[in-house]
Ligand binder design. Sequence first.
Ligand SMILES: [Zn+2]
Length: 470
Amino acid sequence: MDSAGTEGGSLLIRNVEIAGRPNLDVRIADGWIREIGTGLTGRNELDGRGGALIPGLTDHHIHLLSLEAASRSVRLENARDFDDIVRIVQTFASQLQDGAWIRAVGYHERIAGPLGLPELDIISPRHPIRIQHQTGALWMLNSLALRSISTDGDPDCVEKDKKNRPTGRIWRGDRWLRRQLGTTRPQFRKIGERLAGYGITSLTDASVTNDHTSAAILANARRQGDLPQHLMMMSGGELARSPDGAYEIGPVKIILDEANLPPIDSMCEQIRSARRWGRAVAVHCVTYAELAFTLAAFESEGTQPGDRLEHGALIPWDAISVIKSMNLTVVTQSAFVFERGARYLSEVLPQEIEDLYRCRSLRDAGIGVAGSSDAPYTEPNPWVGMRSAVERRAAGDNRAVGSAEGITSAEALSLYLTGARNPGGAPRGVVVGGAADLCLLNEPIRDALPQLSEELVAATIVSGHIVFMA
Ligand SMILES: [Zn+2]
């Protein structure tokens, strides 16, 4: 699982601040912190310039395959005109590897009239692109896209001009197009780099759909170094261990849908299955009913260490003591408060606002709370989540959203400082004998905490290898 970076896995990080102590050097070898002191010498040095060295961050709830798919799709329904489309697509393209396909959806003629090959080649000069019409009946391809698929055999769906050349317009040709394109192989390099840029060294993929196919895809991304972060995988059913440790097995994920709750027995049976597989349980809880149902099932089956409530989007005051007594961890996404705050303020009853994505009251009750993004449903940037956990304000209009649930900057950072195995537990430290999964900030911690910004990340180190440098 070695990523490129440092030779022989040895590294000397010079002049860093650890837990408030300045001017320290850290020697790393074979993925472990071997020595912390002053005046250490060695080859392969990284100058910390007095910045804080903290444990690498963990995103405790993310959906990597969905994030990857979202990273390949552009939404055009809100584009204003042709120039706006060009801007949106080219911004998107700047994040892609060369030659990667762009999939755009939601186009309508009201935006910029009918699109032909000349327009599509301006929209995407360097990447093959296919743009879907809002009706779903039509795909519009640029020249690069047309060239990379075969239009031989003249299927009826491929529109031709008078000289019998394809126009780039494919009518009701989804199945044919899919055959031509094959299944797009997910590309994780950009995502891995982006997450490393945030200081993330460890991920928990919380997708209920994870199975041996997704495990193979993600394990492959780990082996190739595209995804440098340690990975723990949840799944809805049984999941085979990775023979080379490309991923760890996490809890069994249970999804509930308030509109369609199963008989409680069937959820109890899911919990019993998880126990047979030796796994904890993580339950998706976003409504009062889903939470009540989950707590009833745990009441019946009992809890074990590692059991967790995902989201905890609405937790009534009365439930806090029950969650504490069951020793459940809440894996929250404070970024929703920021990103969807305005919507919550208009749609959620005023007395329910304080139940939204609780943090302070849970911590005060002694409940373990862990931080996560739920990306792609919020930005995968943990610093957005941290700021939101502190400020509790809606994006755009900056109105307060349950500000009593706000926590301090240090507490917000600590939500991301435990390993994937220990969400909501005590934050890891930077200590001799500890794993060299680290995040180097460009400021001492007292200057970093008031900012809580991704701009602070100077370097990210996974298993002793530098995977990101600002
Ligand atoms: Zn999720």
